[in-house]
Design a protein around this ligand. Structure first.
Ligand code: FAD
Length: 302
């Protein structure tokens, strides 16, 4: 299935993000997780791409294949930091062999010791490269609060516009915890004439250990009500889990009411969290997608 077509058909697409296990002993766990996720009937599952090295490529593509075997469409993440064409061509060949046509084109984070690529400075370069082959359909990342490296929000919007013009079918946001940031960002894109659908990335904060790592990595702000929640339940894992699920559910419900075109759940390979949130928002998604009108507004695909 081409994910662009899914966004044409549905008002609100629902998806999960998972990462490949680091060891072969974790394969059974991921197999069980995938069986549980399949039963939740997501529209697709995206699979992250580790930084550098053929082993990472192998793990991502192996998991994409497993997702496909479970009857769910995979969206393969692919980064280009430090790569040249000759590094990526075999990866694309393997994707074609496996029938993986949907790719989330990313630059990847800067890492010490990695020589910048001559060919791929930004994700937009990877988008152009992928679009040379009509087999591939390309999505890309975006940042409602601006990307951490960018000198200004304005500049980031300009770069995003260029990336979309390079041939992106839809965008997926970085996680965020204040929906107003998302709605402001979406309105701004509409003003700039960016018409591709924007799926909202939502991460339920259910474990204290994840909180500081996630926030530092993503460079996103924590609204006061989320800070209060984290402070209140810092020492009680069970209560934090419930509060985190409730916070994410509340965010999603407000986003659906605001006409969001997609909800992408960062589930950290936790099928239980995916199940709980799917149950909470399932009826709202059904209602959003029951509208017989063609998905409209500023985000209609060309
Ligand atoms: P780009 O779009 O290239 O942007 C990076 C920076 O460069 C921005 O500040 C942008 O404003 C700037 N820029 C772009 N074009 C220009 C230009 N022409 N001139 C000057 N500046 C420019 N990382 C992984 O390693 N693996 C993953 O699987 C992964 N999955 C992700 C999924 C999602 C949904 C998101 C939001 C992020 C993910 N990341 C992943 C992290 C991502 O790789 C980093 O955020 C990275 O720092 C930027 O990637 P990008 O594709 O957005 O880069």
């Amino acid at each position: 299935m081409i994910l662009r077509d899914l966004f044409r058909e549905k008002h609100c697409v629902f998806s999960f993000e998972i990462f490949p296990p680091k060891t072969t002993s974790s394969i059974q766990t991921v197999t069980d997780t995938l069986a549980k996720l399949r039963d939740l009937r997501p529209d697709y599952i995206s699979i992250t791409y580790g930084a550098g090295g053929s082993d990472n490529t192998h793990r991502t593509l192996a998991l994409c294949r497993m997702v496909k075997e479970n009857g769910v469409e995979p969206l393969a993440h692919l980064t280009c930091m430090g790569c040249e064409e000759e590094d990526l061509l075999p990866v694309l060949a393997e994707m074609k062999e496996l029938g993986i046509a949907n790719v989330l084109a990313l630059r990847g984070d800067r890492r010490e010791g990695v020589t910048p690529s001559r060919t791929f400075r930004y994700a937009a370069d990877l988008v152009r490269f992928l679009r040379r082959d009509p087999f591939f359909h390309v999505a890309a990342a975006c940042y409602p609060e601006g990307h951490v490296e960018c000198e200004s929000f304005e500049a980031d919007i300009g770069h995003l516009k260029q990336k979309v013009e390079a041939g992106v079918d839809f965008l997926n946001t970085q996680l965020f915890f204040d929906n107003e940031d998302f709605f402001r960002f979406r309105d701004r894109l509409a003003k700039e004439g960016v018409t591709v659908p924007v799926a909202a990335g939502i991460m339920p904060l259910v474990k204290m250990g994840n909180v500081s790592r996630v926030i530092a990595m993503a460079g996103v702000k924590i609204p006061a009500k989320l800070s209060r929640m984290l402070a209140k339940y810092a020492d009680d894992e069970a209560a934090l889990k419930e509060a985190g699920i409730a916070y994410a559910t509340d965010q999603i419900s407000d986003l659906i009411a605001g006409g969001v075109r997609g909800i992408h759940l960062y589930i950290m390979n936790n099928a239980e969290i995916a199940r709980r949130i799917s149950a909470n928002v399932g009826e709202m998604l059904r209602h959003a997608n029951a509208d017989p009108a063609v998905p409209g507004g500023q985000e209609v695909l060309p």
